[in-house]
Design a protein around this ligand. Structure first.
Ligand code: 5AD
Ligand code: SF4
Length: 432
């Protein structure tokens, strides 16, 4: 059967869609590139914020209308895990619901669903990590590899521990094998992903050891990783990033708020001062490092003064970029027991303020790079302008530059001639 998979949410969900695809390919199914021609449509979903969840339900109903009448529609991922059979009421014509730990069952589920049965498979708690999944049998230049799944942190606003279970790390050998296979298939960069990669642990070996092991894969040129929790990012990891050539100088370190009190109610386990001290240590240990972050505004009880502490932290830190969100209540979390008392229009205004602030800072940071040079892994022609090539710098910034299409897949050094908020513009690429 031809299966069409649509993915929402984070890199872990992108990775899981690959897991789903490889399990199904192993069972003899092929992939479809259009929901209209597919026999099976799977939507892999995110429930981190309410709006994302509402949008995906709308999308499912829309897809059902587009699909062949006899084709089956299923929902996977975090929304499936969270809502289970409640989804059958929300989406008429839905054939199956498959939770984050049940993807091995998909071949059977699809067979049953195609025979007209409705299947809900959302058991959790098995600690599934899809470690011995089949494949991969193809790779892009830049790939993701999961190193751990689940999360034990219990940040009070966050649904992730409820939909992805307890934290479990994959064995180092299996991660290294997967990276080596991807490199054999053409990958040159891997991003090691997990909800909190710095708590990776394999028989006493931590994340710094893992970076070392992955760096040993011949032919691999770059290693990235995300996400780092400030309470777990150790000196060993900072030193590993600073000293292992292949590891890129970029740390995504969500701060969430600049107010120590708000951080306390968020259950983040660090103060503003500890966060600042950590970033100082990072900047000393990794020259030229890019720091990026996530921020939530309008958390329950956030006062104007507390919000301004976030603004002042952003001014002080000068993040290279930030993902910024309005707080969204997630049923079942600790924060859902608190009054969601920041009015929506205040949340919107606060978000607008920090988005403007961050755009200015990002532009200034990028402008500061004009005149320097950057190492770029060339991904191919720029999507906006076919005449230009595009890739990312080691610090994760998009770089566009004129050059020969034959450079795709290669690492070049370019001079940065100008910059905007979104990209650096390079000239004179030289193979490095
Ligand atoms: N409301 C708003 N933003 C959230 N995030 C996680 N949970 C919520 C929520 N309930 C944000 C955090 C996290 C990012 C992935 O999503 O900033 O780091
Ligand atoms: Fe969304 Fe979190 Fe699930 Fe990723 S783990 S898809 S961000 S809810």
């Amino acid at each position: 059967m031809k299966v069409y998979i649509e993915t929402y949410g984070c890199q872990m969900n992108e990775y899981d869609s690959r897991v789903i695809a490889s399990i199904l390919a192993n069972d003899g199914h092929g992939m479809a590139h259009d929901a209209r021609t597919a026999d099976v449509v799977v939507v892999n979903t995110c429930s981190v914020r309410e709006r994302a969840e509402a949008r995906v339900l709308g999308r499912l109903r829309h897809l059902r209308g587009l699909m062949k009448k006899e084709a089956v529609l299923g929902i996977a991922g975090c929304v499936a895990q969270r809502l289970g059979d409640r989804l059958l009421r929300e989406v008429p014509g839905l054939s199956f619901v498959v939770g984050t730990e049940q993807y091995w069952k998909l071949p059977d589920i699809i067979e049953s669903a195609s025979a007209g049965r409705i299947v809900v498979a959302v058991d959790a708690g098995t600690g599934e990590s899809y470690d011995d999944r089949p494949g991969p049998d193809e790779a892009s230049l830049c790939e993701f590899v999961s190193v751990m799944r689940g999360c034990n942190n219990h940040c009070s606003y966050c649904i992730v521990p409820y939909v992805r279970g307890r934290e479990r790390s994959r064995p180092t050998s299996s991660i290294v094998d997967e990276v080596a296979k991807l490199v054999g298939l053409g990958a040159r960069e891997v991003t090691l992903i997990g909800q909190s990669v710095n708590s990776f642990s394999d028989e006493g070996r931590g994340f710094a050891d893992l970076l070392d092991a992955v760096a040993g894969v011949a032919g691999l040129q770059r290693i990235r990783f995300a996400t780092s929790h400030p309470k777990d990012l150790s000196i060993e990891v900072i030193d590993a990033v600073g000293s292992i050539d292949k590891v890129c100088e970029h740390i995504h370190l969500p701060v969430q708020s600049g107010s120590t009190e708000v951080l306390g109610t968020m259950n983040r386990s660090y103060t503003r001062e500890q966060y600042v001290a950590l970033t100082q240590r990072i900047r000393e240990g990794i020259p030229g490092v890019a720091l990026t972050t996530d921020i939530i505004v309008g958390f329950p009880g956030e006062t104007d003064a507390q919000f301004h502490e976030t603004v002042s932290l952003m001014n002080e830190m000068r993040f290279d970029s930030a993902f910024m969100f309005r707080y969204s209540v997630r049923e079942g979390t600790r924060a859902a027991e608190l009054a969601d008392d920041v009015p929506e229009e205040v949340k919107v205004a606060r978000l607008q303020t920090i988005i403007c602030l961050q755009q200015r800072v990002t532009s200034e940071m990028n402008a500061g790079l004009v005149g320097s040079s950057a190492e770029v892994l060339v991904e191919g022609p720029s999507r906006k302008n076919e005449e230009l090539l595009f890739g990312r710098s080691r610090t994760g910034k998009v770089v566009v530059f004129p050059g020969d299409g034959g450079l795709a897949g290669r690492v070049v050094r370019v001079e940065i001639a100008s910059a905007s908020t979104w990209a650096l513009h390079g000239v004179n690429p030289v193979l490095s």
